[in-house]
Design a protein around this ligand. Structure first.
Ligand code: SAM
Ligand code: SF4
Length: 641
């Protein structure tokens, strides 16, 4: 059955019947015997032993040298073909396509009816394996040598698009490549390998990357023959979403690695070095890169992002994330704490816990906690999936992280409004080093649209949560995401979003025009019926209302003293410094001498990583301005505020 392309998921040692059944059908119909790669569907897991009937695949996988696999590479494919050609295929695993008496090949259903039985399948899968007759068949030579898997000092240029998760993923990818002997360069012209860490959330994000690829194509074709050929790789969500289209469209991409395949980068690059295209776009049920401590390079030397969970199970009807980043899974608490401790030792003063739905965190790796507590959702909120139980939840993690270093600020993004039980709110209120800042993506102010988006809450439940948060955490700073022009959004729905913006008066906002994404529920079931011009106009209106309200909200801080973590010089003026307040707003102030309250009599100038108290004198929708009062510590400042 040429042209069938499938993937195998080998992420754990369990097998589900959903997996056994299609495998059995392939077996019975002889499908595994043609030029076919085998797929068990997104997120399925398979027991290696049950594949034993598929000896050639076992050998290919073994030769690839890693327990997790993407589509078979051309090299693997050759290996598979050679193996078959040398008679290594057990006959039960590879019934040759049967023919009817008239010589015409049997169709799928008649092959299914007359093929070997399910019992034969199980017997051949679990029975003792015959030893292959030739030593080469038992242990085929690896097709990549250890030397080829090393970076050989090749220079990698990494470029990041999209969200903070991608910023963090870039560092994970780099950490893996660095260990393999690659060097990093920030000069594109110097690079031997260019890797784009991509975003698929909206059409515009993908368009930017296609444009970039066209520029890189010029660079690649003009490269002097005296240099090693330039290799170009697409990493992350776009690799996951578009797969073959990327390899085929511009014919200049050498490798694809989905968000769960970064450990495979050295192998993929080694294949690319040999002039072949290489891809691994497998999604995993358990990959969290827990042991890969990224080399931290965030917006300044003072703060870092720490990834605590990946993927998403929410399936909001507009969103591609569950398809590009896979199922929700959390990193073990112990490894998160280890990373935060290391960052504290390096002198960093702020960590932001990162995840697609960071507060849905649930570490189920510690068996003793697995049946413990039931899950508390925010009042009036529901999930799109069957409620999960047990595990160590976000409140526990937040508590532990905040205890690591009293001088380290803790933030988290992006949360989902459904997962704000009281224990999380109380903790934020109590702990001096957990920032009183909550991102609460609403998406729309219309209950009708929220239902179509499958957000699991109404406008009323959301507004009640806002009130509850403001009561629980006085002075909390709030931000949100909104989408303009979702399927079926009427002018009335839009006005309800406008009114929510006015009612809540967010301090920060992220607003987007709706962009239909393939695979999503909205794509299959709803009409993208708001014309582009209307989306643009509504988005403009939302932005303008948001700015108006944020300016009002931020102006309430004029006259107050705010603790600012200094990041460095302001981009706009060499005589000003810039930092962030507790609510994560940018604060600009002149670089002048001040008193250090922990060393009375000492006059100092603020340095990146210092906490300084700033008197706010003016505010806009995005920035506060003021003058510095004194240098202090996070702990001491909480006593004054
Ligand atoms: N998990 C978070 C939540 O539940 O709100 C948000 C993460 S999502 C990656 C970031 C934001 O992108 C969303 O909050 C939404 O506003 C926006 N977004 C997602 N899909 C979109 C689409 N198809 N068109 C426009 N904006 C979209
Ligand atoms: Fe996308 Fe919804 Fe998951 Fe957020 S919660 S990542 S918007 S599917």
């Amino acid at each position: 059955m040429p042209g069938w392309v499938f993937n195998i998921f080998f992420n754990s040692h369990n097998i589900s019947w959903e997996v056994v059944t299609p495998l059995f059908l392939f077996y019975r119909c002889g499908i595994g015997s043609s030029d076919t790669e085998i797929c068990l569907g997104q997120g399925h897991t398979a027991n290696f032993g049950l594949f034993s009937a598929m000896q050639p695949l076992r050998h290919v996988l073994k030769a690839q040298g890693s327990p997790r696999w993407g589509p078979l590479t051309p090299a693997s494919w050759l290996l598979l073909k050679n193996f078959r050609a040398h008679g290594g295929l057990p006959s039960t695993a590879n019934p040759s396509p049967e023919r009817q008496e008239d010589g015409v090949p049997k169709d799928f259903s008649s092959r299914l009816a007359t093929g070997p039985t399910f019992q034969d399948f199980l017997r051949s899968a679990s029975g003792p394996q015959e030893k292959p007759s030739s030593p080469e068949a038992e242990d085929p030579p690896p097709y990549l040598t250890v030397d080829e898997l090393l970076g050989r000092q090749r220079k990698v240029y990494l470029e990041t698009y999209g969200c903070q998760m991608n910023v963090n993923d870039t560092e994970i990818a780099w950490s893996i490549l660095q260990k393999s002997g690659y060097l990093r360069t920030s000069n594109l012209r110097e690079a031997d390998v260019v890797l784009l860490v991509t975003c698929s959330i909206r059409e515009k994000a993908e368009q930017t990357i296609w444009n970039r690829l066209r520029q890189l194509k010029v660079l690649k074709t003009k490269r002097p023959l005296s240099r090693v050929p330039l290799r170009i790789g697409i990493l992350g969500c776009m690799a996951e979403r578009l797969k073959e289209e990327i390899l085929n469209r511009e014919k200049m991409v050498d490798l694809l690695a989905g968000p769960d395949a970064y450990r495979d980068l050295p192998r993929l690059l080694a294949i690319a070095e040999s002039g072949q295209q290489a891809a691994n776009v497998l999604l995993s049920l358990d990959e969290t890169y827990a042991d890969v401590m990224p080399v931290q390079t965030s917006r300044s030397a003072t703060s870092a992002f720490v990834s605590i969970m990946r993927g998403c199970d929410n399936m909001c009807s507009y969103c591609i994330v569950p398809f590009t980043r896979g199922r929700e899974r959390s990193r073990p608490v112990a490894s998160i704490l280890e990373e935060v401790r290391k960052l504290s030792e390096q002198g960093l003063k702020e960590v932001t816990l990162l995840g697609q739905n960071v507060n849905s965190f649930r570490d189920s790796s510690e068996v003793q906690f697995n049946n413990a507590v039931s899950t508390n959702l925010s009042r009036g909120f529901t999930t799109n999936y069957k409620m999960k139980q047990g595990g160590l939840r976000f409140a526990y993690l937040l508590d532990q992280v905040s205890r690591v270093d009293p001088e380290m600020r803790i933030r988290f993004t992006s949360p989902h409004p459904k997962d704000f039980p009281d224990e999380v709110l109380q903790l934020i209120d109590e702990r001096h080093n957990i920032c009183k800042q909550i991102h609460l993506p609403a998406q729309s102010g219309s209950s009708r649209v929220l239902e179509a988006m499958r957000r699991g809450y109404s406008r009323e439940a959301y507004v009640e949560l806002i009130h509850h948060i403001r009561e629980s955490i006085p002075g909390v700073s709030l931000s949100s995401d909104f989408i303009a022009g979702f399927c079926g959004e009427t002018e009335e729905d839009h006005l309800q979003t406008v009114s929510l913006l006015r009612e809540v008066q967010y301090n920060m906002g992220f607003l987007f025009a709706y962009s239909m994404r393939q695979k999503t529920r909205a794509y299959h079931r709803l009409q993208d019926d708001v014309p582009g011009e209307v989306k643009k106009r509504r988005l403009k209106e939302l932005i303008s209302v948001f700015r108006e309200e944020a300016t009002k909200a931020n102006k309430t801080s004029v006259g107050s003293s705010q603790l600012v973590l200094v990041e460095g010089l302001s981009k706009r003026s060499a005589t000003d410094l810039c930092g962030r307040n507790d609510g994560n707003l940018k604060v600009i102030f002149p670089d002048t001498e001040m008193e250090d309250v922990t060393n009375p009599g000492l006059r100092v100038r603020a340095q990146p990583g210092d906490y300084v108290m700033v008197k706010i004198t003016s505010a806009s929708s995005q920035t506060l301005k003021g003058h510095v009062l004194y240098r202090t510590t996070l702990k001491d400042s909480s006593a004054y505020c």
